[in-house]
Design a protein around this ligand. Structure first.
Ligand code: EPU
Length: 420
C-alpha cells in the first residue's frame, strides 16, 4: 500500500491539464452493455475505478482495448449477466451495469454494493424505478436479481431524491424500453448530460438531460459511437484550491468552467482571484482568505464531491465558516484528520464549524475516501513540514496521476510504500 509524502509551504505555479471525468466515464462504459457494436471513447481518465469498470465489462463479454486515454470497446454479446461481488465491492458504480444488462439482455445479477465510508448509499430508488418499468427484482445471497420478459415498458418516474447513478441507470434502461419514459426530479449533473450525449450518438432518443425532467423515447437497439468524455469538474476544483491554498498562481486548462459555477462563486467570495476563460481558469491568491459558508446540494448547487477540499481551504481562512453537508449523512471523516494538522473544526450534526487558523502543521494522516484524501493532500500542501497521507489507493480511484500533476506545479510530493 502506498502513501503520499508532502513537504508543505511551496507556492504552486504553472499549468495543469484536466482529465476526463471519472463519474462520466463510468456510466458511459457501463452503457456499452446496451448494444452490440464498437465504440471509441477518448479522454478516458487513467484511474482505478475506470480499470475496475473495464474488468466488469470484460467479465460480462466485452473486449476492451485501451491505448492511453483512448478506449475501443466491442460487445459481441454478453457472456454472463452477473457482475461479481469481488469487483462490485471495490466500486459502488458497478451498479451501473444493472440497467443496461436488464434492458438489453433481459437479466442482471449485480452484487449489492454494501456500506460506504460517506453514508449508507442505498439503491432503492434505482430498483423501484426499474420495477415500475416491469422488471421483477429480488435480493438473494447479497445479489440483486433483476429480470424482464421481452422489453421493459415505459413509465413516469418521480425520484424522491435526485440520484445521479439512479438517473443514469434508469435513463440507460429506458433507452431500450417500449414507449416514452419520463424521469422527474432527475439529477442534472453534467455527467448525466454527457452520458445522454453518448447515448444520443448511438441512436437513443433523449431530451431534457441537464434539467430535472428527462424524456426518453425507447428505441429497439443502439449502435456503437465515438465520444470524448467531458472534463472532470471535481479535478478542476481540486487544482483551483491547490493554487489558492498555497498562495500560488495556477492555470487549469482543458476544463469546463461553466460546470464549476457554484465553486467559482464561493472561491471568489472567499477572496480568491479567478480569471475565467472558455476552457481554462486561472487562480491567483488575492489578499487573505475570508471564511464563507458552504452548503452541498445536487447540481447546480455546491458539489458534495468538493466539500472536503473546500474545508481544507476554510481551515486557513480568516473567520468562521459553516459547512453543511446535505447529500451524504456522514461525509465528515476528514475532519478528525484535519484536526490532527491543527485545524479548528467542530462538528454539529451535518454542519462543520470551521474557524480558520494561522497555519496547519504537517502530520501523519489517514485517508478515508476519495475526496477526503484530496482534502488532506491540499492541507498538506499548505502545512508547515511533512504530511504523510496513508491509504492513497483511495486517491488512485479518482485522480489521474495526482502526484505527477502536483509535482509539475512545483509541489514537493513523493509516493512511498507505506511503513508498517
Ligand atoms: N439515495 C437513496 N436511494 C437511492 C439512491 C440514492 O437514498 O436509491 C441517496 C443517497 O444515499 C444520497 C443521495 O441519494 O444521500 C444522493 O446520492 P446519489 O445517488 O446521487 O449518489 P451516487 O449516484 O451514488 C454519485 C457520484 C458520487 C457523488 C454523488 C453525488 C458516481 C459514480 N458517483 O454517486 O461521487 O458524490 O453522485 O453527487 O457518479 C466521488 O466521485 O467521490 C463520489 C462519491
Amino acid at each position: 500500500m502506498d502513501c503520499m509524502v508532502l513537504q508543505g509551504g511551496r507556492r504552486l505555479t504553472g499549468e495543469v491539464s484536466i482529465s476526463g471525468a471519472k463519474n462520466a466515464a463510468l456510466p458511459i462504459l457501463a452503457s456499452i452493455l446496451l448494444g452490440k457494436g464498437t465504440s471509441t471513447l477518448t479522454s478516458v481518465p487513467a484511474v482505478r475505478d475506470v480499470l475496475t469498470m473495464s474488468k466488469v465489462l470484460t467479465h460480462l463479454g466485452a473486449s476492451v482495448e485501451a491505448r492511453g486515454d483512448r478506449y475501443t470497446i466491442t460487445l459481441p454479446g454478453v457472456a454472463s449477466c452477473q457482475a461479481p461481488y469481488e469487483l462490485v465491492k471495490t466500486m459502488r458504480a458497478s451498479v451501473l451495469a444493472l440497467g443496461p444488462l436488464l434492458a438489453r439482455w433481459g437479466e442482471a445479477i449485480v452484487a449489492l454494493p454494501g456500506g460506504c465510508a460517506i453514508g449508507a448509499r442505498p439503491i432503492n430508488l434505482h430498483l423501484a424505478a426499474l420495477e415500475k418499468m416491469g422488471a421483477e427484482i429480488r435480493i438473494e445471497h447479497g445479489n440483486v436479481h433483476a429480470c424482464v420478459r421481452g422489453r421493459l415498458k415505459s413509465a413516469r418516474i418521480n425520484f424522491d431524491i435526485p440520484t445521479v447513478t439512479g438517473t443514469e441507470n434508469v435513463m440507460m434502461a429506458a433507452s431500450l424500453a417500449e414507449g416514452t419514459t419520463v424521469l422527474e426530479n432527475a439529477a442534472s449533473e453534467p455527467e448525466v448530460s454527457d452520458l445522454a450525449s453518448f447515448l444520443i450518438k448511438r441512436g437513443a432518443r433523449i431530451s431534457g438531460a441537464g434539467t430535472d425532467v428527462i424524456t426518453i423515447d425507447g428505441v429497439p437497439e443502439l449502435r456503437g459511437a465515438d465520444h470524448e468524455i467531458v472534463p472532470d469538474r471535481v479535478e478542476t476544483g481540486t487544482y483551483l484550491i491547490a493554487g489558492a491554498i498555497t498562495g500560488g498562481e495556477v492555470r487549469v486548462v482543458r476544463c469546463r468552467p461553466d460546470h464549476c459555477d457554484a465553486l467559482l462563486a464561493k472561491l471568489q467570495e472567499a477572496g480568491v482571484a479567478l480569471k475565467v476563460e472558455k476552457e481554462a481558469i486561472q487562480v491567483r491568491a488575492g489578499g487573505p482568505l475570508r471564511a464563507v459558508d458552504v452548503k452541498t446540494l445536487p447540481y447546480p448547487g455546491f458539489p458534495t464531491d468538493m466539500q472536503a477540499q473546500m474545508m481544507a481551504l476554510m481551515a486557513l481562512a480568516r473567520g468562521s465558516s459553516v459547512i453543511t453537508e446535505t447529500v451524504f449523512e456522514s461525509r465528515f471523516l476528514h475532519v478528525l484528520e484535519l484536526q490532527r494538522m491543527g485545524a479548528d473544526i467542530r462538528i454539529e450534526g451535518n454542519h462543520s464549524v470551521v474557524t480558520g487558523v494561522e497555519r496547519l502543521s504537517g502530520a501523519p494522516v489517514m485517508a478515508s475516501d476519495l475526496r477526503a484524501s484530496a482534502c488532506l493532500i491540499l492541507a498538506g500542501l499548505a502545512a508547515e513540514g511533512e504530511t504523510r497521507v496513508s491509504r492513497v489507493y483511495h486517491l488512485d480511484r479518482g485522480y489521474e496521476r495526482l502526484d505527477a500533476k502536483l509535482a509539475g506545479l512545483g509541489a514537493q510530493v513523493r509516493r512511498e510504500a507505506e511503513r508498517v
